[in-house]
Design a protein around this ligand. Structure first.
Ligand code: G3I
Length: 338
């Protein structure tokens, strides 16, 4: 029987610690509330060796009307220090955050607040984060051109990004500085636009040090798209971070979903294994790490309103901590690549 179907039929096979199988860092995301959850911490400490704060290191948490708020990201950074976990920061500049806090400023004050925010945040964690998503989701949703938003409208399409990378470099010269985006495998046009942007930023002198592909996989895409994007992205010779991997079994929109669970499990297994196989084939210096966007299925953003259908299994462990199809695809890929 195909291993993916076997995986769906036998949900109680244990997998070795994922971090012990991978030849590179295996991360997950975290929020402070989870650090007090015994089930979450047991799985996180067993299987992962890198943490990305899910939201508390972003502008939406740190930038308040009274100034900067660092209690939560500091706690996550300290937790990582005390548990020997690497820390990856997301995100310094994101189109979806900051507009309110920067509204009404003169061009000069806007630019100064932009620079000071990055200097303050990247400077605070200098030497503690391995890398930063400096600019997140710069490419238009449909992959045609760049997003237009308050950062680009006030500081320029390319200029605001180069400025962000320059500020981050000054604040933390040793951090790997990423341009991060999603649907790069799912939508080849978006992936191509993203890689053109990487080239444009590098030519403009921006210290882009890494490429982040969020990899919220659409498991219905044809075989080969994922490995094709990873192959293309590798051409820059930069570290690549699979930064937010999950593989939803749900279909957002479109025709009624008549796929059986075992069929979806097969699709999920095949796409996650394709991603992991392709990523593991990269040269060692380009394998920054593979981060799952959550530990248990019920920790996933995809199991929160408005996405939740109460059944999705996008991550490596189910609600009770049992390995899922995603865990088997990862472990089977890593065991075969050893
Ligand atoms: O925990 C608080 C809760 O105490 C409070 O009552 C509630 C209402 O304010 O907010 C809760 O925090 C929310 C948090 O998720 C935890 O659920 C934040 O408001 C909410 O903004 C935050 O959303 C995060 C989102 O990014 C925006 O930062 C999600 O957790 C996170 O999974 C999601 O991650 C993004 C990546 O950064 C970029 N790629 C897509 C990915 C999924 O959307």
């Amino acid at each position: 029987m195909a291993s993916g179907c076997r995986a769906a039929a036998q949900p109680d096979i244990a997998v070795p610690p994922l971090k012990s199988l991978a030849p590179y860092r295996v991360g997950t995301c975290a929020m402070t509330g989870q650090l007090d959850d015994a089930g979450w911490t047991r799985l996180a400490l067993t299987h992962f060796n890198q943490i990305t704060p899910e939201w508390e290191m972003k502008m939406e948490y740190i930038l308040t009307p009274d100034g900067y708020r660092f209690d939560a990201p500091d706690r996550i950074a300290s937790w990582c220090d005390s548990h020997g976990m690497a820390l990856h920061g997301t995100t310094l500049i994101w189109y979806s955050q900051g507009e309110e806090a920067f509204r009404g400023l003169s061009r000069a004050d806007y630019g100064q607040r932009f620079d000071r925010y990055i200097a303050a945040v990247a400077g605070r964690y200098a030497g503690r984060v391995r890398g930063w998503d400096v600019v997140n989701e710069a490419v238009a949703e449909d992959g045609v051109g760049l997003r237009s938003h308050h950062w680009s409208q006030n500081l320029g399409d390319i200029d605001h990004m180069r400025r962000a990378f320059d500020q981050a470099k000054q604040a933390d010269p040793d951090a790997v500085l990423f341009l991060n985006d999603y649907n790069l495998e799912n939508n080849p046009r978006k992936g191509a636009t993203f890689l053109k942007l990487v080239e444009q930023l590098l030519k403009a002198g921006a210290p882009v040090g890494g490429i982040g592909s969020q990899s919220h996989l659409n498991i219905e895409i044809p075989e080969g798209r994922i490995s094709a994007f990873i192959h293309e992205a590798a051409q820059f010779g930069l570290p690549l971070h699979i930064s937010e991997l999950d593989a939803s079994r749900r279909r957002e929109g479109g025709p009624p979903d008549v796929r059986s669970v075992s069929f979806r499990s097969r699709q999920q297994f095949d796409r996650v294994k394709e991603l992991t196989d392709a990523y593991s084939r990269l040269p060692e210096q380009q394998r920054y790490g593979l981060t799952l966007w959550g530990v248990r299925d019920t920790d996933s953003w995809l199991r929160r309103p408005p996405h939740d259908d109460g059944r999705d299994s996008p991550l490596a462990f189910d609600a009770s901590g049992q390995p899922t199809t995603v865990a088997r695809a990862l472990s089977e890929s890593w065991l075969r690549s050893q």
